[in-house]
Write a protein that binds this ligand. Structure first.
Ligand SMILES: Cc1cc2nc3c(=O)[nH]c(=O)nc-3n(C[C@H](O)[C@H](O)[C@H](O)COP(=O)(O)O)c2cc1C
Ligand SMILES: Nc1ncnc2c1ncn2[C@@H]1O[C@H](COP(=O)(O)OP(=O)(O)O)[C@@H](O)[C@H]1O
Length: 308
């Protein structure tokens, strides 16, 4: 898959040479609903011997049109690209959400992106809109196509009568329901980050913990203890991870994310890591001292190994 970064307007050399299927959306998290849309586009491209393009943006349209500040994402840019590549897309266009781009009128957007990208089919989810809300949607898109393309709308995807959506998944992740989040995502939720220094107490408890600072604006699971996997230097290890305030030791360090990695003994300060959240085990407990915490950590390790 080739990644093309666009700062409006599209440059001539960024245009495809062949006819395409254009898959449209922000696709935060690339959950099962998104996967359905993307697979529909990729399949259509194969059937008609066309290239597939996925057009997305460098930030959530909600931060632009609804002025949402403090927006948290289910996928970093690189994670999103990795998930999309796994679905067989040929070209991924990341458009920078500049004011110029955001203010394009529907016909301008259709002309300068959909038609110029040589789309024969536009594939998107049922609730896709482009530009300011209520101006342009899948229902009125054919009015702007000038006969250049057909539109394919993928209907709402449900699990247990609930819409598979990024907002529901964020609610799950931040409310101890990582299992439900993983079910809706179709894979286990991950965060990317790097190992930073903690208070160096972990090793004195017999459980060294890699303290992790996550990159960018990612959704972090709710306070508690989780069975996890962690990727260090390209290798996945089993681990258990705490998201918490270290209430037993009453330090005002704010929320820390700390992983004790099983069968591992290496200095990894500064290294990039990926944490995969497999199962929520319990909430954070204030123990009377280190002994109580150590006993609980033994139990957490056993419980983690059962599910990993
Ligand atoms: C799996 C796991 C579970 C934990 N559970 C708790 C807990 O319930 N209560 C608590 O106060 N701290 C808990 N901790 C955090 C420890 O207090 C912390 O790892 C230890 O103080 C080391 O901190 P340091 O990395 O800053 O040295 C947990 C840590 C891990 C890895
Ligand atoms: N099994 C392990 N799990 C996590 N970190 C480990 C492990 N073995 C060695 N380390 C290293 O030790 C550090 C954690 O030790 P710790 O005493 O908890 O210090 P800190 O408080 O700085 O995190 C990690 O950042 C990592 O570099």
């Amino acid at each position: 898959m080739q990644i093309i970064n666009v700062k409006h307007p599209l440059k001539k050399e960024q245009l495809p040479t062949e006819a395409t299927v254009l898959i449209m959306g922000f696709f935060d998290g690339v959950h099962l609903g998104h996967q359905k849309v993307i697979k529909t586009g990729v399949k259509l491209a194969k059937e008609h011997n066309l290239k597939s393009i996925l057009l997305t943006f460098d930030r959530s349209p909600r931060t632009v049109y609804q002025h949402e500040t403090n927006f948290k994402y289910l996928s970093t840019r690189s994670r999103k690209a990795q998930l999309i590549e796994g679905l067989g897309v040929d070209y991924l266009y990341f458009v920078k959400f500049t004011p110029d781009f955001a203010h394009l009128k529907p016909q301008e957007f259709v002309d300068q992106y959909m038609i110029d990208l040589k789309a024969k089919y536009i594939v998107a989810g049922f609730d896709y809109t482009y530009g300011k809300k209520d101006v342009a949607n899948m229902a009125n898109l054919p009015n702007y196509s000038k006969g250049n393309f057909e539109t394919v709308m993928v209907p709402e995807q449900l699990i247990n009568d609930q819409k598979i959506g990024s907002s529901a998944i964020k609610e799950f992740i931040t409310n101890d329901k990582i299992a439900e989040a993983n079910e809706f995502l179709g894979y286990n939720y991950q965060n990317q980050g790097k190992v930073i220094h903690g208070l160096q107490r972990g090793r004195t408890l017999g459980y060294p913990t890699a303290n992790i600072a996550v990159d960018g604006d990612q959704v972090i699971p709710s306070i508690g203890v989780y069975a996890t996997k962690i990727k260090v230097d390209g290798v996945w290890y089993n681990s258990m991870t705490s998201v918490g305030y270290n209430v037993t030791f009453k330090e005002n360090t704010g929320i820390t994310i700390e992983s004790n990695i099983f069968d591992f003994n290496r200095d990894i300060y500064g290294e990039p890591v990926v944490i995969e959240w497999v199962k929520y085990l319990r909430g954070e407990v204030k123990f009377d001292g280190a002994d109580g915490l150590i006993k609980q950590l033994e139990l957490d390790k056993r419980n983690s190994l059962k599910v990993l």
